[in-house]
Design a protein around this ligand. Structure first.
Ligand code: PLP
Length: 375
């Protein structure tokens, strides 16, 4: 099956007991045991397994061309589990990018998870720096986020993965912004592809789930399965049902997100009140050629720097009528965010930067709104 067909059919079954075409939501937390002590339907308890969760995991495995998927109650729960699941025979040293989702930076700097690790921050676009970091001491995990949040830096997945593999390290790619429609890290050699399903896969800003899709069996995957059950940060059956509904339209939604974002990026790039636009689809973006090779389109996220500082950027966001001023991304509706004030004291984001999640509205309406706000 091709991607669009898998998105609609994977994990879906007609309900045998009723003929219902849409999978029912199994809210039951516990499942009956037979008189002989067996579990005839293999389900025992909701934290261990649930039919809606299994259906979503089957679908995401198929969309990422993976081997297996383990879901969690949020993207951060998935990311925390990957970092914690590093097997004991691996070095406690991880290489992280200098531009990445701020929540991960906080996880590593503000919780005891980070204090138990040697965290090395590098510019993932500088291959010599990455190679030096990976080879200068035993390394357990290399973390890639591409395109990155919020500066849309592009990392070469295949090249970095080869360097990591040669050094015996796992590679995990946060594929949230690209989605499996545009980029499949496991086919480029990465060990894990990670999603905040909360974003594009859910697609409507109404659920929270995280997913880790693995390329093959490994001690890390064994730990992740165990972590899901014993630490218990599992997604709810209703959220899994919503995600499986949302994912069916992921491919056509992404086509509109991408074409709208490309048009808006070009429009902003020519605007006299805009200093810089960060979007890999622009030919002058430093990661343009790598993105063109490893992504089928450039995505629905962009950021831009308004002429001036924080005050001018905030004023633009305040004047917008169609773009909602809110954090997060990946929904059908456009969102705008003054990123550095959301990230707080340790932010490295320029104070004139606005991050935009371009929705699937009519692109001319979006352009007109930006045009009146930038006047
Ligand atoms: N990864 C990326 C790239 C994100 O942008 C986010 C959230 O914005 C996350 C992970 C965290 O996901 P969640 O909010 O579902 O915990």
């Amino acid at each position: 099956m091709r991607f669009e067909t898998k998105a609609v059919h994977s994990g879906r079954r007609v309900d045998e007991s009723t003929g219902a075409v849409t999978t029912p939501i199994y809210l039951s937390t516990t499942f009956e045991r037979a008189g002989d002590g067996s579990y005839p339907n293999e389900f025992i308890y909701g934290r261990e397994a649930n039919p809606n969760r299994l259906a979503l995991e089957e679908c995401l495995t198929s969309l990422e061309d993976g081997y297996d998927c383990v879901t969690f109650s949020s993207g951060m729960a998935a990311i925390t589990s990957v970092i914690e699941a590093l097997p004991t025979d691996k070095a406690r040293r991880i290489i992280m990018p200098n531009d990445m989702y701020f929540g991960i930076r906080s996880l590593l700097s503000e919780t005891d998870i980070g204090s138990k690790l040697d965290v090395v921050i590098v510019d993932m676009t500088d291959l010599h720096e990455v190679e030096n970091a990976i080879t200068s001491a035993p390394t357990g995990l290399v973390w890639i986020e591409t395109p990155s949040n919020p500066l849309l830096k592009v990392t070469d997945i295949a090249v970095i993965t080869k360097l990591a593999q040669a050094a015996g390290a796992y590679t995990a790619v946060d594929n949230t912004w690209a989605t499996p429609v545009l980029q499949r890290p496991l086919t480029q050699g990465a060990d894990f592809s990670i999603h905040s399903v909360t974003k594009y896969i859910g697609g409507h800003s109404d659920l929270m789930i995280g997913a880790v899709i693995a390329r093959s069996e490994s001690p890390m995957l064994t730990n992740l399965r165990a972590w899901q059950q014993t630490k218990g940060a599992v997604p709810s059956p209703f959220d899994c049902w919503l995600a499986l509904r949302g994912v069916q339209s992921l491919a056509p939604r992404m086509m509109v997100h991408c074409s709208n974002a490309e048009a808006i990026a070009k429009f902003l790039n020519e605007h006299p009140n805009v200093d810089a636009v960060h979007y890999p689809g622009l030919s002058d973006h430093p990661g343009h050629s790598i993105a063109a090779r490893q992504m089928s389109s450039s995505g629905g996220m962009l950021s831009f720097q308004v002429k001036g500082g924080e005050r001018e950027a905030m004023a633009v966001a305040a004047k917008l009528r169609l773009f909602t001023r809110a954090t997060s991304l990946g929904g059908t509706h456009s969102l705008i965010e003054h990123r550095s004030s959301v990230e707080g004291n340790n932010t490295m984001t320029p104070d004139n930067l606005l991050r935009v999640s371009i929705g699937i509205e009519n692109v001319d309406d979006l352009k007109e709104d930006l045009s009146q706000a930038l006047k």
